[in-house]
Design a protein around this ligand. Structure first.
Ligand SMILES: [Ca+2]
Length: 513
């Protein structure tokens, strides 16, 4: 469905740019500053009230006709538009509605529109997409419209719009909206008064997320600088424990921004923090994702590991035996920073290798016992089995097959190699993957082959670790030299005993969190 939307809307845009040179001189949709109630409207970003003709570059249907109506029955003003699907098929009738030039949703809290489905017999499912300048969906929101002649006012908080499955964007990059009629055989949908309303408020979004996570149970929270740590395990965490977790997120962000150059494209118009939530009761952990899925109107798979990150919301549970300073908390929080700053999704297969490379590398830097050095000494001494059955896999397969925990140690070492020896390629990979390229594309652009990268990484690893045996280096010594942001850090408490990246000889006993 998403692909269909992309192709159709993209086609529309390309056509309209060529076919409608009058766009720049045609009367534009009323800008926010021209709205009558200046004070109230100052915070609104008006997309379209349909009171004036909209140039076809800014209002374009695919498989539906758009007719302006002024029959005395508008939801706002005198006019609205009637959308009539030209096909009975679901998801084919689509509308693309541009934001007026210079308008932005970034400062607003919610999306509103007046809609109705006259003559419909059943509810009509509408899917709204927030599209960037290249017509790529960044956010989406599903809405069920009851049939009837009366206008219904949609009022959808932007925090409840879910991200695209394969791309991370920001609200200030949204330049148009897509409306897809997802129900088959709909005769007509009417639309009026589309706008973004209310002032964005991070604290309100924090309160919403914490209430969704912990209901009215007592909770402890650390919230600063667009970062949030919250837990209802109030006996397990002292405030300094939460502050330390927040500090780990802050250090991660500082390192990401210092390391990734032009691949750093912070999404700072979400008005919601990157969040780490830690549940006291194991049952509340999957239950939270059911509630979050309800709020987003999607189904979210239940977490199957000790840590889980969806978009920029990381979660885990508290275990009194393991205490408040666990690698899994840090690891999952890294995923949220990488999602928001590098635009890589922990849940998207094409992004996972880079997400896990970064998260596991930083985890080993901050919690060296997660992966003792001796594991690398042993594995780098071995040749790589081209069939992929060895501990280290051919590098290409790490980026072309679904990543499992068995690859975490190798990915961490690849990140370490790139950080130390080829930061340019590290940045290019992060940016290219975020923009939808494959890792193979990125290597090809730079004139590198997988074999060359693998050879260089192997040579680095052998030089780095092979001499350990001769030099009597402790097999439990740290594998990597931590970046400056993680030296002298607060990660001084002992490691939780069951925690190991899969690494040492008896790998079956190693359970990553
Ligand atoms: Ca109107």
């Amino acid at each position: 469905m998403r692909t269909a939307l992309l192709s159709i809307l993209l086609t529309c845009a390309a056509t309209s740019v060529r076919a409608a040179p009058v766009a720049t001189t045609a009367p534009a949709t009323a800008p926010a500053t021209a709205a009558p109630a200046a004070t109230a409207a100052a915070a609104d970003a008006i997309v379209n009230t349909f009171e004036h003709p909209t140039p076809p570059t800014e209002l374009r249907g695919a498989n539906l006709t758009v007719a302006s109506a002024a029959d005395g029955d508008a939801a706002e003003g005198k006019s609205y538009v009637q959308l009539s699907p030209m096909t009975p098929d679901a998801n084919r009738a689509q509308l693309r509605l541009a934001l007026p030039r210079g308008a932005s949703a970034a400062a607003n809290a919610a999306f509103t529109a007046a809609v109705r489905a006259p003559g419909a017999k059943e509810k009509v499912e509408l899917r709204w997409y927030a599209l960037d300048a290249k017509n790529r969906p960044l956010f989406q929101r599903r809405f069920d419209l009851e049939p009837g002649e009366r206008w219904v006012r949609l009022d959808e908080p932007l925090r409840a719009w879910r991200w695209d499955n394969a791309r991370v964007g920001d609200w200030d990059e949204v330049t148009s909206l897509g409306l897809v009629i997802a129900t088959p055989t709909v005769r007509r949908v009417d639309l009026d008064d589309v706008r973004f309303t209310g002032r964005a408020d991070e604290q309100r979004n924090v309160d919403w997320l914490l209430a969704l996570a912990f209901a009215d149970r007592p909770r402890k929270v650390a919230h600063a600088d667009g970062l949030l740590v919250g837990t209802d395990a109030t006996d397990g965490f002292a405030q300094p424990d939460l502050d330390r977790l927040l500090d780990g997120m802050r250090r991660t962000r500082a390192w990401v921004r210092a390391t990734f150059g032009d691949a750093v494209r912070p999404t700072d118009d979400h008005h919601a923090p990157a969040a780490l939530l830690i549940f006291a009761a194991p049952a509340d952990y999957p239950a939270f994702y059911r509630r979050l899925g309800d709020a987003w109107r999607v189904t979210i798979g239940a977490p199957r590991s000790q840590g889980y990150t969806v978009q920029d919301v990381a979660t885990s549970t508290f275990d009194a035996k393991l205490g408040p300073d666990r690698p899994v908390y840090f690891h999952e929080a890294v995923h949220t920073i990488v999602a928001r700053d590098l635009r890589l999704l922990a849940g998207h297969d094409a992004h996972r290798a880079m997400q896990e490379a970064i998260a596991n590398y930083l985890q080993v830097c901050r919690y060296p016992q997660s992966l003792p050095r001796g594991a690398y000494t042993k594995q780098f001494a071995r040749p790589i089995d081209p069939s992929g059955n060895g501990f280290f896999k051919p590098l290409e397969t790490l980026f072309t097959k679904p990543v499992t925990v068995r690859e975490y140690a190798q990915l961490a070492s690849l990140a370490a190699y790139l950080v130390e020896e080829n930061p340019k390629l590290l940045r290019e990979l992060a940016r290219g993957l975020a923009d939808g390229e494959t890792a193979g594309d990125v290597l090809a652009h730079g004139g590198t082959t997988w074999q060359q990268l693998e050879d260089a990484w192997l040579a680095w690893g052998r030089k780095r670790f092979a001499a350990d045996a001769d030099a009597n280096v402790d097999a439990n010594a740290p594998a990597f030299t931590p970046p400056a942001e993680f030296q002298r850090s607060a990660a001084s408490s002992p490691l939780s005993p069951p925690y190991r990246l899969r690494a040492r000889g008896s790998t079956r006993s190693c359970r990553p969190e």
